[in-house]
Design a protein around this ligand. Sequence first.
Ligand code: ZN
Length: 723
Amino acid sequence: MQREGIIRVVQNLWRDEEARGLSDLELLVYRSRLIGRDPNLVVWGGGNTSIKHEETDFRGRQVRVMRIKGSGSDLKTIEAKHFPGIRLDDLEPLESREAMTDEEMIAFLANTLMEPQAPRPSIETLLHGFVPHPHLDHTHPDAILALTNTADGRRQVESAFGREAIWIPYRRPGFALSREVAEAVKRQPKARCVVLEKHGLITWGRTAKESYDATIEMNTRAEEFARGRGAGRAAFGAVARPALPREARREVAARIAPYLRGLLSGRPLDGGPAKAGIAAALPGAPGAGGGGRVILRFDDGDDVLEFVCSQAAPQLCLAGPATPDHLLYTRPRPLFVEAPAILSAAGGAEALKQALAAGLRKYAGWYDDCFRKHAAGKEARPDPFPRVVLVPGVGMLAAWKDAKHTRIVADIYHHTIRVMRDAQGIGAYRSLDIQDTFDVEYWPMELYKLTLAPPEKELARRVALVTGAAHGIGRAVARLFAAEGSHVAVTDLDGEKAAAVAREICDRQGTDRAIGLRMDVAEEASVEAAFRDTVVAYGGVDVVVSNAGMAHSVPLDRMDLKDWRRSLDVNATGHFLVARAALRVLKDQGIGGGLVFIASKNVLAPGRDFGAYSAAKAAETQLARVLAIEAGEHGIRVNIVNPDAVFQDSRLWSDDVRQERARAHGVSVDQLEDFYRQRNLLKVRVLAEDVAQAVLWLASDRSAKTTGCILPVDGGVREAFPR
Ligand code: ZN
């Protein structure tokens, strides 16, 4: 698995024909997006850019203004409105001050804004303001970090750039660093860039293009220099444990992920069984507050495997992040799990779970200890857990509040691996020391970025699996759950339509929020595979909506045995297979959960010619009740929804079934919907969305103390009142 040390080369993406005719501010947006597009330069909200020019203020006066990236925006998608304007005449006198706290700096900057409602300017604003050049780029490039994050970073940078680069030793961003950089730039007017130890690069120019070109040039030179110094050789030492084959890696990940997710989501670290009422006691449950559940992402990319399987990984990964900006996402260090000697798809998973629990206990102890020593007096984070878990032979599991953030965590760790590999090739990887790490992790200026996130929705941090979700009730449930913040596995006998529904959800709610899977509920292997894929995608499951069903209408004396059996397979056994798979995952997680069964008004008030359907649905209902009895002690709730006559977009109501039901009720097919409407007390048409609302309530914490219940959504059918 030998790989090139520097696998990607930074490209100059500037195109004169695209830049022609753009205003100053538009050019800033253009160049910022070019930088943001290249993950070798910045990732996920990192880095910042600025211009200094003249603008007309609210009174019509010409004023000198710096436009700089606002906090909380991302260079790759940035727009002009994300660059607050700072009046330079107000800012520049600050440079003669001796010191300034972060809070003073923020308060001061708020008074210099051109538009009072603008986003808060970047925490590196003063640095841009004090350096007199009109265009500035600040990035965190992998290639530069590979030089600075070595035991003799200064010498490496001097060898690579000579007097063209100014070296600034590590210091947390803020007033002091800004002044230090500005003074150094003035002392060395011939320098072309500043290299910040264990942090990144600052370049500048008289034009937007000149500044951007300098960013690319310095990166290219750093890459070439690093390659010449040995970056790219087997930097992580010999293979300590060979990677399992791909399928086996996924199998192991699927076996350990729910257990790990439970531990990271508040289950007791002794790994003991879930206690009764655990759902209510968990962080994130109503009234409990705190961090809540996590979503996991499994990643076994080639670079991840090369690292986790290497001899160097267990020690090297303790060194910490490549740049302070990454810390917000990956925390100070990952958990490296000491995997058992025998590890394969078939064996070792139980021992690996024990190793995970032991590793997390140790990690949490270390973290709490560090917190006491290095962040005394600060308000503690909600949990002392890692965001990256490395499993030799298998890969990486990234953890955070949703799939978007687990992607960010995983992405950043890929860059950490690259920087470590290249730094190891050149010399020996070094990172921030632990005090610096905690200073950044508990730095209010960084934590402020987290407060910009919108409030969490009702089903945030949850994973739901819905069967029969390509149409009708199942699809309405999947859409509603996703809109309420849940991740959704959209499963259906028709895998392509399930994938289409998942894509539609992702378009609306964000990448990775849904996956589409084929599942034949009547086939054991198909059910198991869909649960495994869901667990690999999100780390586990919180809610399972067992909805898939089929209808068949014929008088009993004319019914074929195969039709009877098919109805029982889908409408009864299908629910059993789904429930069994769900229960295994939920118990393994040990953090409660819920199942909602979509049954039918027919269970309580059967109608003629619907024998196979009604009998199987009655079996489903009894299965759900027994499940409620067995699962209660694990905090797992099981409830039933009885809809009636939901025609809209339903495959249950095929033309055949409509004709047969119309015949059974003695009405014409055209009158059938109206017949059902007139039959209920409220005289209403029941829609898939109405059923979805009931399912949402039963899946949410609002029904935290309800299990074993039947909730009708039928407009009121007296003979089907639950009793
Ligand atoms: Zn920075």
